[in-house]
Design a protein around this ligand. Structure first.
Ligand code: MCN
Length: 791
């Protein structure tokens, strides 16, 4: 199936339809997991570790178990030998000859706790209040051990796991070290940079929530869960943890109030609730409160990196050398191992022709919450590192930030990078020029002078990002050492009246799939968009699915639906040929009509659908009744959205306050299905990226391992009034290998924006002698950097 050049021209494509799902969300009639209540339902509360690292000497549940309303108190001992540990779903292969360490990750602690918030016991009672009271009555005797939270200290710290005595999970490298070293030895100039990518806490509006249910009559389980990929959740839980046949477990992810990656993973709570439902023969419900979410949702980022760029005397990039230490937290979360490797190191060519690249990653266990994918997952870390380094190179070479970028940008496609990926298409210079014009970069000097007259410093920052979306082609993921690739499934059910229900393995939790997927189907079949319904998030209704993350849904999930629609067209043509008494090769399909080539004889899509279910004089030996097709689509490559972001800030040197005055984003998402939804996605991503750059920071106490930013009082989320009015535009080079020509848009803003902001802040502060600054550029940090730079 090649790219459909004409797809973008079809009706419904490029139309800003309002999101049909918004009616139920805005009128309070959405159905989130916590809105669901089942008959015979009890409530779970988890006893969590107050210590970052400790041996459990004993757990006394006797008083808690006898308290009013308490059904049972479960501990790790109850599960031992019956429930396996949580698996890491996407393992990679170490490249240093040592096996990757995959220590056990018990659902409830077995003898040891490894981070504040680790699961120690689960109390199930008739009400939440009773469960909470009883949880406080569980007495745990801990022997506290030294904790480590900073990845730089991990190698020398007390071991968390017997399987990893030096706390290192793996070492992974890509590129030819000897060749890169040789280029560095002869380079005219080398620019070096040390930086930290700050740890973030995802904070979706809806906290995690789940209900485990069991039907003794049929021996079936149902798990309702706020989750982004119900089939993967079911597969991991049944095959690895509970040892159940998959068909005995139905996972339903109803309306989900945001995830940003944090709801992809199989969490301990989901397993414990499902298992307990059978033990107690009742439904067991749990909804995290916000404090639990801070402690126990998988966190994001947390890299420490040293990077070096070798250049010739004209600022042409010759080689890039990078070492990164990645914090994995206390246990391996589902996709954790892939984030600092496959999703990070392979992106380090960026938009540039750097011919030699060597990247080495050490991944470490620490006494912190597990770290996994968070909006962008590896790609924001790659972009932040590279785009900070490129701007530093520009300053070292006395070149404008845009000039050094343009000098090094890839202009011929397809382009094979030295770090495994092959970019199919792009227009990087076009996006840069458009961003310069839209941002009025020419007027910057004048605005800088105006700011100076007010005692303020003004700075301009660039970031030219690229990301690999449409995660993940099995062939490429496999070649990079991952144990699994990620295809997608779509089923198209045409009803006798010609309306259509589409079942997709993608999961919408704020991205508007119910609207955009309907646009795709309506365009392809030439029917009204209102005639298409989209079903997702239920293993009992959707044949299979890999879920939503890695901005994959339209390009992989949408492509699977397109493949099923191809099959629908093939069969529908046979039916049309039968109706018009001609050969199927004579039939053309366009705009919802089947026409006999070269004649005015035609039947509509609706007539064909009806005939499929009311087969009149049907050649049953050649044609089955019904019009219902399923397809699986495994992409041959990633999609590569790219763009240039330009940020302009004003900094008050007296207070360290940074104000974003202008922010311009020019992106290439290929063919755009719904411009309004895409704009919304970019806005959301930008806010998260700017939040990381200026405000958000997850901090653990170095000594005790306590989470210091465990509430919104300490963890600053950006608000609308922290944001400027964004200027957005696009360039368009349709993806060459999926039938829609689309590239993902769901993470771009969060990937491209942090370096643009920090580069702008540094540009403003350079005249004051400030050379470096880590995120978040909070007023205190900026002020301190200004003071430290004073002669
Ligand atoms: N789209 C389009 N044209 C394109 C590309 C996308 O019209 N060329 C539309 C799609 O049809 C879809 C939306 O834009 O309706 C996003 O599509 P896509 O880029 O394929 O991303 P996904 O749907 O796979 O969403 C995942 C992405 C990720 S990885 C994170 S993290 C994220 C994000 O989406 N989390 C979100 N956006 C979010 N938005 C909300 N509200 N909540 C989250 O948790």
């Amino acid at each position: 199936m090649g790219a459909n050049e004409n797809f973008a021209k079809l009706p419904h494509i490029g139309e800003s339809y309002r999101r049909r799902e918004d009616y139920r969300f805005l009128t309070g009639s959405g159905q989130y997991t916590d809105d669901i209540n089942l008959p015979n339902q009890r409530y779970a509360v988890f006893v969590r570790s107050p210590h970052a690292h400790a041996t459990i000497r004993s757990i006394d549940t006797s008083r808690a178990a006898s308290m009013p309303g308490v059904a049972r108190v479960f501990t790790g001992a109850d599960m031992a030998g019956k429930v396996n540990g949580l698996p890491c779903g996407w393992l990679i292969t170490s490249t240093d000859g040592q096996p990757m360490k995959e220590p056990p990750h018990p659902v409830l602690a077995q003898g040891k706790v490894r981070y504040v918030g680790d699961h120690v016991a689960m109390v199930v009672a008739d009400t939440v209040a009773q469960a909470r009271d009883a949880a406080e009555a569980v007495v745990v005797d801990y022997d506290v051990l030294p904790a480590v939270v900073d990845v730089r200290d991990a190698a020398r710290a007390t071991a968390l796991h017997d399987a990893a005595p030096d706390n290192r999970c793996y070492k992974w490298a890509i590129g030819d070290k000897a060749q890169v070293d040789a280029v560095f030895a002869k380079a005219a100039h080398v620019t070096k940079l040390d930086l930290t990518n700050n740890r973030l806490i995802p904070n979706a509006i809806e906290p995690r929530s789940a209900i485990g249910a069991y039907n003794r009559a049929t021996d079936d389980y149902t798990l309702y869960v706020a989750n982004q990929n119900p089939h993967v959740e079911r597969l991991l839980m049944t095959a690895f943890v509970l040892g159940l046949p998959e068909h005995k477990v139905r996972v339903i992810a109803p309306d989900v109030g945001g995830g940003f990656g944090s709801k992809i993973f199989l969490y301990a709570e989901d397993v414990a609730l499902t298992w307990a439902a059978k033990q107690l023969n009742c439904a067991v419900k749990w909804t995290a409160d916000r404090s639990e979410a801070f402690l126990s949702d998988a966190h994001g980022r947390d890299h420490v990196t040293h990077a070096e760029m070798a250049m010739d005397s004209q600022g042409k990039f010759l080689a890039l050398r990078v070492h990164t230490d990645a914090n994995l937290g206390a246990y391996l979360s589902t996709f954790a191992t892939a984030v600092p490797t496959i999703l990070y190191a392979t992106l380090l060519a960026g938009q540039y022709t750097t011919p030699q690249i060597y990247v080495e990653v050490d991944a470490w266990f620490t006494n912190t919450a597990p770290v996994d994918a968070y909006r962008g997952a590896g790609r924001p870390e790659a972009t932040y590192m590279l785009e900070r380094l490129v701007t530093r190179c520009a300053w070292d070479m006395n070149l404008p930030q845009d000039e050094i970028r343009e000098r090094n940008m890839i202009t011929a496609f397809p382009y094979q990078t030295p770090v495994a990926l092959q970019y199919d298409v792009g227009d990087y210079v076009g996006a840069l020029h458009k961003a310069n014009a839209l941002a009025d970069v020419k007027g910057f000097e004048q605005r800088r002078k105006a700011s100076e007259a007010k005692g303020l410093r003004r700075g301009l920052g660039y970031s030219s990002y690229i990301e690999a979306c449409g995660i993940a082609p099995s062939n490429i993921a496999g070649a990079l050492g991952a144990r699994a690739g990620l295809f997608e499934c779509g089923e198209v059910r045409v009803h006798p009246t010609g309306s259509v229900t589409v079942f997709t393995g993608s999961h919408s939790h704020g991205q508007g799939h119910e609207t955009t997927f309907a646009q795709v189907v309506a365009a392809r079949l030439g029917i009204p968009v209102e005639n298409v319904d989209v079903v997702h998030g239920d293993t009992g209704r959707v044949p299979f699915g890999m879920g939503t993350y890695g901005s994959r849904s339209i390009s992989v999930g949408g492509a699977a639906i397109m493949k099923a629609l191809d099959k629908i067209e093939t069969k529908a043509k046979k039916i049309a040929a039968h109706l018009m008494e001609t050969g199927e090769g004579d039939i053309e399909f366009a705009n919802g009509e089947f026409v006999v080539k070269g004649t005015d004889k035609k039947v509509t899509f609706g007539q064909v659908a009806l005939t499929a279910y009311v087969p009149h004089n049907y050649p049953l030996d050649k044609l089955e009744p019904g019009l219902n097709e399923t397809a699986f689509y495994d992409p041959t490559n990633f999609t590569f959205p790219a763009g240039t972001y330009v940020c302009e800030v004003e900094v008050d040197p007296q207070t360290g306050t940074v104000k974003i005055d202008r922010f311009t984003a020019v992106d290439d998402f290929g063919t755009i299905i719904n411009p309004m939804i895409v704009e919304g996605q970019v806005h959301g991503g930008l806010v998260q990226g700017i939040g990381q750059a200026l405000m958000e920071n997850c901090v653990y106490d170095k000594e005790s391992g306590q989470l210091l930013t465990g509430s919104f009082m300490d963890y600053a989320l950006p608000r609308a009034d922290d944001m400027p009015s964004f200027k957005l535009d696009t360039v368009c080079t349709p993806c060459t290998h999926n039938p829609l020509g689309t590239k993902g848009c769901g993470e771009a803003g969060a990937i491209g924006s942090p370096p643009a902001v920090i580069n702008a802040v540094l540009d403003a502060l350079r005249p004051l002698g400030v050379k470096d600054l880590d995120m978040p550029a909070s007023p205190a940090r900026v002020w301190e950097a200004i003071q430290a730079a004073k002669p």
